[in-house]
Design a protein around this ligand. Structure first.
Ligand SMILES: N[C@@H](CCC(=O)N[C@@H](CS)C(=O)NCC(=O)O)C(=O)O
Length: 232
């Protein structure tokens, strides 16, 4: 059986990582059997990030690469009936959320100082108290450097917010009044959207993202729908 490596539970969330939650949602929607192993230190993961899986003697990292592997090996039930055009739309929306809107999420979750106390005490709770402040500050400094290298870190918070809210408008327009991104049935792209959106509206980290989602009937109903379908 597939062994799925995810973060230890935190903040009352299914998983505090959008990509881990995406993969678990995919596994559920696609009916792939798995067992979970909590993995607290992503530095020790194959690519230094979670999620990753083990399947027999194979280890695969990165949620999208894992999903491609699973589709090849165990079949692709969520793609039944989807056209190439629908796949293209799903792919474009997924990539927008994961590669761009994600950074607004990252900025509000990690860089916003109002979350630092909570993150330090919980997520970094395993670090001995004497070193915790130092380790936490170093992680935040590295994160800021990563954002600057990416380019997003050169924008103001207001500019990052405008980019994210324009992405939300695209997502709402694609969803329209359909239950799922591409129609009546969930696809792999819904796993991705749900993983990201559920993390963006996580209760302990209120932000303009969570506020927007809460006020959007389309997005909040969508999150509830995917959650129910995947996790019952
Ligand atoms: N492209 C990767 C992204 C994974 C990722 O960014 N994981 C984050 C959690 S959301 C992580 O493990 N971060 C730990 C670190 O960078 O040290 C995927 O889709 O799996």
């Amino acid at each position: 059986m597939i062994e799925f490596f995810k973060f230890p539970s935190a903040f009352g969330m299914r998983d505090a990582s959008p990509f881990v939650l995406k993969l678990e949602t995919y596994l559920r929607l696609a009916g792939v059997e798995y067992k979970t192993t909590e993995f607290g230190d992503p530095r020790k993961a194959p690519k230094g990030k979670l999620p990753f899986i083990k399947d027999g003697d194979k280890t695969i990292a990165d949620s999208s690469i894992i999903i491609s592997y699973l589709k090849d090996k165990y079949g692709d039930p969520l793609s039944k009936g989807l056209s190439a055009r629908q796949h293209a739309i799903g792919h474009a929306v997924k990539t927008m959320l994961e590669e761009r809107t994600y950074w607004a999420f990252f900025n509000t979750r990690w860089i916003d100082e109002k979350n630092h106390q909570l993150l330090k005490e919980t997520w970094f709770g395993v670090v001995p108290a004497l070193m915790r402040g130092f380790v936490f500050n170093k992680v935040i400094k590295d994160m800021k450097a990563g954002m600057r290298a990416h380019g997003i870190g050169r924008h103001t918070n207001g500019e990052i917010m405008e980019l994210a809210l324009s992405d939300f408008a695209v997502l709402e327009a694609v969803l329209g009044d359909k239950p799922y991104l591409l129609g009546d049935k969930p696809s792999e792209y819904d796993a991705s959207c749900y993983g990201l959106l559920a993390n963006m509206m996580a209760k302990p980290f209120p932000s303009y993202l969570s506020k927007y989602i809460e006020n959007s009937k389309t997005l909040s109903a969508y999150i509830t729908r995917v959650e129910k379908k995947a996790f019952g």
